[in-house]
Design a protein around this ligand. Structure first.
Ligand code: GRG
Length: 301
């Protein structure tokens, strides 16, 4: 039976609670030495955020009846990696932002040096969790695959590479293929990895399901960024929890620049449809994934 919107909202709420409890336990307490570093790490991770990547881990895992304890670990790992990228992206040497998740950025609250270290340590924490934290029936081969997947998605051929392309693109005119290539790496790679990490928590993942979910992740990873660019134009700073209009102010190329606002909306809708199409072999167990795809292109923050 198809899941109804209230059930899906409850699913999201329950997953957010799960990952936030898991993160609060996995991260060293702020009374553990070095206390200021651990406090900065907790500030960066536990201070809000939509938790889209953890939700995708849970939704993909549940579509395949994965172990819940394993999903908590994978969801926490991907969120630690994401939080590190936000801390470093906000630094003066990168975007030099003051506001993140509705409050001062990590370097504004703790100073630049400690923010760099907090980001570094969060990245290590992500890999340590996948290597070490209890994951129920998940075996060593599956853990190794997760480690490899996250490393590739986060590194120079994934998110960090995308950030380098982004830096080189400031003030330049990109065509749509170059813009998509940048976002597939910068934002898309980690979102795509989140979906596959959830799938890898399932006991026996068949190749067809893996390919379908990977394709779903690829489509919504890009759709997420198209919507991010749209929100940069139409969103408001308070609701976004970060500075609206920042990309334009920095002369960063965006989808609305290249396609116009309605063209960008059309592109997001098309990616959403492609994501739904890749889930055709699944029944109602994939409804949370379908709903998340819709949420990603309709979100206002
Ligand atoms: C500097 C190592 C390094 C990487 C930077 C992904 C990235 C690469 C930087 C993130 C900064 C950014 C604004 C990217 C554009 C889209 C995006 C990923 C926004 C933030 O993600 P959300 O909206 O944030 O999921 P919340 O706060 O909800 O978790």
């Amino acid at each position: 039976m198809t899941m109804q919107p209230p059930e899906l909202v409850a699913f999201a709420e329950q997953c957010r609670n799960r990952v936030e409890n898991a993160l609060a336990q996995f991260l060293p307490s702020s009374t553990t030495l070095p206390m200021d570093l651990h406090e900065a790490m907790r500030y960066a991770v536990l201070g809000g955020g939509k938790r889209v990547r953890p939700l995708l881990v849970y939704a993909a895992g549940r579509a395949l009846h994965a172990d819940e304890q394993a999903l908590d670990v994978a969801a926490s790992a991907v969120e630690c990696l994401h939080a590190y990228s936000l801390v470093h992206d906000d630094l003066p040497a990168m975007d030099n932002d003051d506001l993140r998740r509705g409050r001062p950025t990590c370097h504004r609250a703790y100073g630049e040096a400690l923010a760099i270290l907090a980001g570094d340590a969060l990245q290590c924490k992500a890999f340590h969790l996948l290597a070490h934290a209890p994951m129920g029936p998940v075996n060593a081969d599956a853990r190794l695959e997760m480690l490899e997947l996250l490393a590739l998605a986060a590194g120079s051929r994934g998110m960090v590479g995308g950030q380098a392309i982004d830096m080189a693109a400031v003030g330049r005119e990109l065509d749509i293929a170059e813009l998509e290539d940048m976002h597939i790496h910068k934002t898309g790679a980690l979102i795509r990895a989140a979906v596959v990490l959830g799938a890898l928590c399932a006991p026996a993942l068949d190749e067809g399901h893996r390919r379908a979910l990977d394709h779903y992740g690829k489509c919504i990873g890009l759709a997420f960024q198209v919507q991010d660019d749209i929100l940069d134009v139409i969103g408001d700073t308070q609701q976004l929890g970060k500075q609206a209009g920042a990309d334009r102010a920095r002369r960063k190329p965006t989808y609305p620049d290249l396609l116009g606002l309605s063209g960008a909306r059309e592109r997001a809708g098309e990616l959403h449809q492609r994501a739904l199409h890749s889930l055709e072999s699944f029944g109602s167990e994939a409804d949370p994934l379908r709903w998340l795809s819709g949420y990603i292109v309709a979100r206002s923050s």
